[in-house]
Design a protein around this ligand. Structure first.
Ligand code: SAM
Length: 223
């Protein structure tokens, strides 16, 4: 895919059936500028070119829009520089997003972006995921992570704050299907099961990505 990074982002989102409006493109432009500026001082990402940021961070994060509803509560565990939490907050303003990371400087950056872009649906919390049940026992409809941990470890951290009908989504690469199969018995011990694995191609890169959807045992597929 060629063109400016804005064109790559717009084409990628149109291809996913979620065309962006001009305000959202402006938000992403500010986010990319600030990510590069802050990255000189704190380690937010190893990726530094605009094109790679758009494809490997923004469009990759936004593959989740293929399965997410427009409302409800979503938790992103180990969100680092804000992926996937911040792109989702820009594109899905009706979704209430809580973003958690153990590194305070990364959360300071995310809060800065939230204020700059007026993302009133984004709450960034500096905490270890292990402590979340104490601060937010209400529960989340969706709990996601990208580049965070093995599927069983992620599920173990997510389970205490997952609503009864909620869904855990591990964002994985091309080996997601095998990782999901290998995790089945550990998930079963937690009363969880792999509901489905969605395979997709990352726009602008054609790399394979998988979304591993995990639910409490005995519960049907999300609508
Ligand atoms: N999700 C982001 C992404 O895809 O770019 C960041 C991935 S980074 C490899 C993993 C992040 O998880 C780091 O920012 C780290 O601080 C955070 N992390 C690791 N263990 C954690 C824990 N127990 N609770 C909260 N955050 C944690």
């Amino acid at each position: 895919m060629t063109g400016s990074w804005q064109e790559i982002l717009a084409a990628g989102m149109s291809g996913m059936g979620r065309p962006l409006d001009a305000d959202q493109i402006s938000c992403f432009a500010l986010f990319v500028d600030e990510l590069k500026r802050w990255n000189k001082r704190i380690n937010l990402t190893a990726i530094t070119s605009d094109r790679e940021i758009v494809v490997k961070h923004l469009l990759d994060s936004l593959t989740l829009t293929s399965i997410l509803p427009s409302t409800g509560r979503l938790l992103d565990i180990g969100s680092g520089g804000g992926f996937p939490a911040i792109p989702l907050a820009i594109v899905l303003p009706g979704l209430s997003i809580t973003s958690v990371d153990a590194v305070g400087k990364k959360i300071t950056f995310q809060r800065h972006i939230g204020r700059l872009l007026s993302l009133t649906n984004l709450t960034a919390i500096h905490a270890r995921a292990e402590t979340l049940a104490d601060s937010d026992p209400g529960g989340f409809d969706w709990i996601v992570s990208r580049a965070f941990s093995s599927i069983p470890l992620f599920a173990r951290l997510a389970l205490p704050v997952l609503k009864q009908d909620g869904t855990i989504v591990a964002m994985k690469g091309r080996d997601g299907e095998q990782e999901a199969a290998a995790a089945e018995s550990e998930l079963a011990e937690m009363g969880l099961r792999v509901d489905r694995v969605n395979t997709l191609h990352l726009p602008g890169d054609n790399a394979t990505r998988t979304l591993v959807l995990i639910r409490k045992d005995g519960k049907g597929r999300p609508s």
